[in-house]
Design a protein around this ligand. Structure first.
Ligand code: CUO
Length: 672
């Protein structure tokens, strides 16, 4: 049964023969698949350890494995060290393991090789490779993988809270257990102004989204070959920067300053407070004013000079309008230029010429994460910037991606501005838009703190089985409805794409934004298809239906006894999506002035094929739709993706667009 594979996600450091699934299930592992240490103990003893509550034993098939160089290399990857998708050699090893998992003909064979490798290889590498394989194999696509945090909670939560959880689960009987409180802020004090953004950077849903985005859009292997993946890399990360800047405005901080001169120190320090006792690992900190240095470790020999060279070669390609391929040159066209650049800058395996353009974005992560020990003289692991599950916690993430976004914006500036004709939808006029929260005044958004819980049991290796929850505080907003009135003056029913964005109205000086700057501040809130009958139309849309987000319970959905993995649940692809609780930036107690923008564009131009359906399309704006083309033909971020000749948002508008001034009001209360 394919569902048994999901048990491999439980307690990733515990051997396979120990109980899984809240202690009720276990694998009966043939001796030669066990780690050598346990082969020395009689099979009847090993397969019984800790089994007092087991009521379902799953037989693992006894098979033999190919003795290939790649497989030996996978097994040789150190079990206790970090695994980073940004490091080329790690990507290569992960790619090989994915192909092995994908190549197993039956579920039974897959389970056997997964059991064999799980107890030998690095657990992060294993989790990533198995997840990519399960998402893409036809016979496992339907499985709903446990949330990543449930296997590796120490990548998301304060180490001290996990220690308390370990004590609670091992000592306290179920009826007396209490949830472990994780403080809202625990990585620095108010002396550090960047700490005002900790609730955003350290949000569990935000970091889970980022992990899942990179899981469904891998850099390498056949799985990388997805429609417009390079462009989506640009757009999803551009939106992260826009959202971060919006949050900064909510906290009286200026926009993030891109880090583009790599000989200057990184001003911001970060002390992660993440630690894994089971992996015997503490994530190293970065001091204030740390400088990156040339790297010579982990099969990497890289210099800052190379980073600079790749960057300037990419800039040359943008400025000249064409880039080098392995055999010649290729034009950066209006349709696909951004996609080519996305893959080149990231860099993914789809880069037109990685030998020439290098590995700019990925290696930036690596340089930063190894700044404290670039030649491995202290035997220290990489910092949190090396891991897609943790990178967004660090202020430098936004400075680095600020630079990456500038590269893409340099390209966007080479394109002609959209003309009014290109943006107009003849005969369609938006008359008004308003938002109404469940409890409040029209055109106000309301935010506050909320507490939620998540089950930790599957990630507390070598502890007693049971149930234990972490309770953490996160931003939340009151649900609201958009109310849009539209007149269709054309001679027939029309279909349109409704595009909703939000941006701050004023810049750091409290002066109304000029369009040149404001367009980069717009965060997408929703995008959906509408049918407009002749005459007047009213569109009501709930904030919870946003095409940017996944529902709250998908971010935090627990995989436990009360909520077992469903037989035909949606696949893990569906966990990609901005967390709904972070849809609206925090705002301020007095009310942050912002502008809500709505556009309805012509669906005849926007549509891709005939269907608007598909699996896992909840968060299609940032994650696409599983196994389908990106469901919108326009450039991602349209109509704000390009600079314009108009000075202000008002003068940019055509009659199928409208702007409404709004406020975001933050109520400094915690809702349980
Ligand atoms: Cu998502 Cu730099 O790519 O982190």
């Amino acid at each position: 049964m394919a569902e048994n594979l999901l048990l491999l996600y439980d307690r990733p450091f515990e051997p396979c023969f120990l109980p899984k699934g809240l202690g009720k299930k276990s694998f009966k592992v043939p001796p030669h698949l066990m780690p050598e240490r346990y082969q020395a103990i009689p099979e009847s003893v090993v397969n019984d350890i800790g089994h007092e509550y087991v009521n379902d034993k799953i037989n693992v098939k006894d098979i033999s494995f190919p003795d290939s160089v790649q497989f030996r290399e996978i097994l040789a990857f150190p079990r206790q060290s970090g695994f980073s998708l940004f490091i080329p050699k790690h990507r290569e090893i992960a790619g090989n393991l994915i192909q092995i998992f994908r190549g197993m003909v039956s579920i039974d064979d897959l389970l056997a090789i997964a059991v064999y490798t799980r107890d030998r290889v690095n657990p992060y590498l294993f989790n990533y490779a198995l997840s990519v394989a399960l998402i893409h194999r036809p016979d496992t696509q339907h499985l709903e993988l446990p949330a990543f945090i449930q296997s590796f909670p120490y990548k998301f939560l304060d180490g001290r809270a996990l220690q308390k959880a370990s004590e609670e689960i091992s000592v306290v009987p179920d009826e007396y257990k209490i949830p472990i409180e994780v403080p809202l802020t625990y990585t620095a004090t108010g002396l550090e102004e960047e700490q005002r953004l900790a609730y955003f950077r350290e949000d569990i849903g935000v970091n889970s989204h980022h992990w899942h985005w990179h899981l469904v859009y891998p850099h390498s292997g056949n799985e990388a070959n997805k429609d417009r993946r390079g462009e989506l890399f640009f757009y999803m990360h551009q939106q992260i920067i826009a959202r971060y800047n919006f949050e900064r405005f909510s906290n009286n901080l200026n926009r993030v300053i891109p880090w583009s001169d790599w000989h200057t120190p990184i001003k911001e320090a970060y002390f992660p407070k993440l630690d894994s006792q089971v992996a015997a690992r503490v994530w190293p900190a970065r001091m204030e004013n740390q400088q990156i240095r040339n790297i010579n470790r982990d099969n990497i020999s890289a210099t800052i000079g190379e980073l600079i060279q790749w960057n300037s070669r990419i800039a040359d390609g943008i400025d000249s309008g064409e880039v080098r391929t392995k055999t010649g040159f290729m034009k950066l066209t209006e349709d696909s230029g951004i996609d080519v650049l996305g893959n080149m800058v990231e860099a993914s395996v789809l880069s037109p010429n990685q030998d020439y353009y290098g590995d700019l974005h990925n290696m930036g992560h690596v340089f930063i994460s190894l700044a404290h020990d670039p030649d491995f003289r202290y035997l220290e692991d990489a910092g949190i910037m090396s891991d897609t599950a943790t990178a967004m916690r660090d202020p430098v993430f936004y400075r680095w991606h600020g630079h990456i976004d500038e590269v893409f914006q340099r390209y966007k500036a080479t394109l002609n501005a959209y003309t009014k004709d290109q943006m107009d939808f003849k005969g369609i006029n938006i008359n008004a838009v308003s938002v109404q929260a469940t409890d409040g005044e029209k055109n106000n958004f309301y935010t506050f703190w909320q507490k939620s819980s998540i089950q930790l049991s599957g990630g507390l290796d070598f502890r007693k089985w049971g149930s234990v929850y972490a309770r953490f505080t996160h931003l939340q907003h009151q649900p609201f409805t958009y109310n849009i009135t539209v007149t269709n003056n054309s001679d027939k029913e029309r279909m349109g794409t409704c595009r909703i964005f939000l941006a701050p109205r004023q810049d750091e000086r409290k002066v109304d934004f000029v369009f040149r700057d404001q367009r980069k501040m717009f965060i997408e809130l929703d995008r959906f298809t509408v049918t407009l009958k002749q005459g007047s139309n009213t569109i009501n849309r709930l904030s919870s239906d946003s095409s940017v987000t996944i529902p709250f319970d998908k971010t935090f959905k627990n995989y436990n006894e009360a909520n077992p993995p469903a037989q035909s649940a949606l696949s893990d692809y569906c966990r990609c999506g901005w967390p709904n609780h972070m849809l609206i930036p925090k705002g301020t107690v007095g009310g942050l002035h912002c502008q809500l923008f709505v556009m309805i564009s012509d669906y005849e131009i926007d549509k891709v094929g005939e269907t608007t359906s598909g699996e896992c399309k909840d968060a299609m704006s940032y994650c696409g739709v599983k196994d389908q083309k990106y469901p919108d033909k326009r450039a991602m971020g349209y109509p704000f993706d390009r600079p314009s000749n108009y000075q202000t948002l008002q003068t940019f508008l055509t009659s199928n667009m409208i702007v409404q001034n709004c406020k975001i009001l933050f109520r400094d209360q915690v809702v349980e």
